[in-house]
Design a protein around this ligand. Sequence first.
Ligand code: M6R
Length: 611
Amino acid sequence: MCGIVGYTGYRDAFPVVVKGLKRLEYRGYDSAGIALHNQSLQVYKKMGKVADLEEHVVGKNIAGRTGIGHTRWATHGEPSDRNAHPHLSASGKLAMIHNGIIENYNQLKQELLQKGYQFISDTDTEVLLNFIDEIKENNHCSLEEAVRIALKRVTGAYVILLIEQDNPDTILAARKGSPLVIGVGKGEHFLGSDASPMLEYTKEVVYVNDYELAIIRPDELILKNLGNEVLTPYVQKLDIELAAIEKGGFDHFMLKEIFEQPQTIYDCLRGRLDAQKNKITLSGIEQYAKEICSANRIIMVACGTSWHAGLTAEYIFEECCRINVEVEYASEFRYRNPVIHPGDVIIAISQSGETADTLVAIENAKAKGAIILGVVNVVGSSIARISHAGAYTHAGPEIGVASTKAFTAQLAVLSMMALKIAQLRGTMPAERISYLLSELEEIPGKVQQILNDIAPIQSIAEKYAAARDFLYLGRGYNFPVALEGALKLKEISYIHAEGYPAAEMKHGPIALVDDQLPVVFVATRDSYHEKVISNMQEIKARKGKVIAVVSEGDETAISLSESAMIVPVCDEMLAPLLTVIPLQLLAYYIGVARGCDVDKPRNLAKSVTVE
Ligand code: M6R
């Protein structure tokens, strides 16, 4: 959570930093602020979005070639001007921004209070900043030395960027547990929580690792560890284009990302799937083939939408690979002292690759001897780097806070993984694998077919936009899709929505049904179809409003639905790749109809880097 940006070079820092902050707003938008070195340190900050900050500085002096900026997702202290970053140290000589949580901040605060320090904000950041300031003043040491000493006392996660009154063109950065990318230009350097703030200036980047500290000047990048050893920065080339992080004519990133799915699924399959040759190339799986084939179980670890992808994959893996699969919320798994044996295979699923709970869960499992396979979207992210092997989802930057294209790309990768493992273990007839591979190849075209006719979904959205609650029901492969549909709706429209296995409805949720309740069935033709049709009848008998995602040509399901969203026919195992699309669109159009900021839903952030 929180986005950080830094710039030092020959350009005016303000526009570079502000543009970068706008690209990182998906990480939090409770407040925004910037500190510039302009003879002295100038700090401007404002509760609200980056646009509010821009308004706030109108008429003010925003010159300066070195600057740091922050967009906040509040943890310690409510969203307010006072709690917004950057913070200024008590001496007035340091300005700092921070992404993460300082867990022992209270202990450090007590020490500083006893020394007479006073605090303006409620943040852990201001405590760490003054802790650094105090060490620097007391020891008469450099800022770099003070930061090194301070960080040895700190528990928690951080990326910090500091600028100093006495060092006009220098930014000091340090990282543990939160992401930090440095862009290397000619006579200039950029910093960001991800690479998006620097894309139009440079494609050369350095991903900073935990416990590393960087001293950055226009012409110099010095990377060290906390033991003061100089490290050689590993400069990588980015292969993202600017267009990938712009709206490209769509009203919202979420809509753009929904419409990108034929391409993103295609990109994910490209070079890996060759249905004609019956071949799946996944080097990560091939590398660990022996261990995966002999594993007793696979554990999927993830959060939110990625967890739903894991749950869908449980059905697919069990069917294809005949192996026991467990699906775990990373936040529960990491604290539970789970039983992990050397050789257990853990699949960590994450769009951002930075979700704190998922990261720590796999760190713990790795320490116990498990093999970690990452299914991650962001290249070079922490989860990708900590995994033994894996497969990127190649969905491109996902900026809308509600995850859409990342989910279908995860499903595509996980389906290929399951089929590959089935081939290796010999657990599924070759003809069935071959059939599923050609079905998988047809998915991008079928998604496009759904997107070609969204008018019915738009009118369903208009009809039900005022509803108070929604129920989503599905069975088998479509049960996790019901959960995902409900999550999408609640996060962007703030309508209360619940997902259930359709048969569970009779065990409680049916009590909610009346003539006001829209009940969304994910009811494509599959092995459970007749049962789901009965469930639809049961809802209708109680006057619930049946909305259903149905297979093309399924007149029974269509006639039972007050409103139907039609998807092309496909094998039931791959149906979630299609059935989720109308649910994403339904949530999107309901959110828009209710006037919600669908790209930046309240209280959420794209990348949950706090526990
Ligand atoms: O980056 P990750 O996939 O690890 O993120 C996990 C969840 O935070 C994420 O899926 C979240 O639930 C989204 N807002 C869902 O749309």
